[in-house]
Design a protein around this ligand. Sequence first.
Ligand SMILES: Cc1ncc(COP(=O)(O)O)c(C=O)c1O
Length: 392
Amino acid sequence: MSIRSFNPPVRTLLGPGPSDVHPRILEALARPTIGHLDPAFIALMDELKGLLQYAFQTENAMTMPVSAPGSAGMETCFVNLVEPGDKVIVCQNGVFGGRMKENVVRSGGVAVMVEDAWGEAIDANKLEAALSVNPDAKVVAMMHAETSTGAQSDIAALVKLAHAHDCLTIVDAVTSLGGTPVKVDEWEIDAIYSGSQKCLSCTPGLSPVSFNERALEKIRNRRSPVQSWFLDLNLVMGYWGTGAKRAYHHTAPINALYSLHEALLILQEEGLENAWARHRQHHLALKAGLEAMGLTFIVKESDRLPQLNAVSIPAGVDDAAVRGRLLKEYNLEIGAGLGALAGKVWRIGLMGHSSRAENILLCIGALESVLGAMGAGIKTGVALPAMQQALG
Ligand SMILES: Cc1ncc(COP(=O)(O)O)c(C=O)c1O
């Protein structure tokens, strides 16, 4: 068998991520590779930090991209902030809270789970109760945007509670950054991580993180060294720290960082508020079309993420067959359910560059056509007008 260059099919990515990558970002990725200590690259790193501070709405000096995907950003927060024996309260309302628990345990910590139903926001009263009976807790970990369900939680309120009980906070903003407000300084978040491939519409494989002084203080005063050499922030900062003195830590993913720089520049050019408003407007248009068809959302309106729409699969409809036809006939990817919601929901993402009017039109039209042909019992002929009216 002769192997040739790989040419992927051109898809429209309306799943839970990755999202469509803007052509400007792909073009940036293809620029010439330079050394990771080249002065020109150091200048790009400084700009990247500034652009990330804007995206996170923070002045935290320790704001940078981890050279690996969102899970590595998650792990960076846990391995640095959790010491063996530390009690960590994890608020779980979907799949990714479970991954946080794994991180606590593998860092030698003791996880106390505060569980909410999948599809609901994190309940501040339950967190308050857990904090009261666990006065020795050191950290509270919480999902801002739970990608497995499309629910968002009130991080400002949850962080306030955690701080009232002297706990540091770790926040997962993988799906929220760039699509819905994330205000690190105003909400007083201590440690936060995100991913490049969702509402930043960058190529996958990078994880922006930010740590405030309170979090850094804890890391500097650890009793034991961070068990991961690669993710130890004390070492990483030798490369990503400020000033001209930078030392080799690992070979940075040079071209991937060009692409993140371009993605963040696009976000800055659009303006965060405008990006949030675009995601919201397109969510409303998609919702109008889906609901007119007869599909229902699993998250109540007030807790819904605009960029991740989880809808129930109509009874008797073959989940995989629908997604397969959308991919084959329309080059359209939507997401399957994860964990307990596998086979029960579709997750339709309108993230970053994917959040465009033409994609909503394609999604509604293709879904109506496929579901109609399969005899799914949806209402036909009403979704597109409803969507167009909502778009204005
Ligand atoms: C909320 C959340 N946290 C963490 C991750 C892990 O990110 P990655 O797949 O980039 O490692 C994801 C990925 O979808 C996610 O949605």
